[in-house]
Design a protein around this ligand. Sequence first.
Ligand code: DC
Length: 217
Amino acid sequence: MTEIYRIAIDGPSGAGKSTIAKAVAKKLGIDYIDTGAMYRAIGYKISSEGIDPKDEAAVNDMLERTQIDFRQGDIFLDETCVNEEIRTPEMSMMASVCSQIPAVREKLVQLQRGMGERKSVIMDGRDIGTNVLKDAEYKIYLTASAEERAHRRFLELQQKGEEQSYEAVLEDIRQRDHNDMTRELNPLRKADDAIELDTTGLDIDQVVQRVLEIVGK
Ligand code: DC
C-alpha cells in the first residue's frame, strides 16, 4: 500500500497558492483541495439568499442545508458547479466576511479534515498548517510582496475583462491581508514547522519545482 501524505499550503491572498497547488497535485497524482473556494461558496450562498452574515440563526439554518464538495477539481454547492460564480471581486470580499463567522469555520474545517483523512492531498488556505491539518507531513507558507500579488491579480482580472485599477486591487489585497491576519479565529500565520517560500520574482515552474524538492518527490 502506498503511504498517505498531506501537503498544507498557506499564505496571503494572491501569493499563487492555488496555481501552485493545482500544478503540484497534477505532478504527484494526488487530490487538490482549495479551501478558499469553500469559503467563497458559502459567501455566494449567503449573498444569493440575501442572508445577513450577522444573523446567527439564519446562517446556522443555511449551513445545515448546505452541501459542498469537489468533483474532479470542480466545486459543487448543493449539486451545482459554481466555479465561475465564486471568482468575482464581490465574492472575494463576501468570503472574507464569511470566514470570520465561527459556525462557518467550524463546518468547513470539519469537512476539510474529512477530505484529508483517507487519501494523499494538497490543501491550500490560511489555517491548514496551523489548524486543519496540524499533523500534515509537509507544510509550506507561500508569500510574495503585496505589490507583486496585486500586479498578478490585476493582470488576471484584465484577462477576464474585469475593469479594476491596479490601486484598487492593491487596496483590496491589503484589506484582505488585514482581515485574514487579525481575525480572532484561526488567523493567517506561518506554522512554526512550515517552510517559508517567497515567490516574489519567481515564475510558476520555479515555485512548483521548489515545492517538489521540499516534499522530496
Ligand atoms: O484563497 P481565497 O482568496 O479564495 O480565500 C477566500 C477567503 O477565504 C479569504 O478572505 C480567506 C478565507 N479563507 C480562510 O479564512 N481560511 C481558509 N482556509 C481559506 C480561505
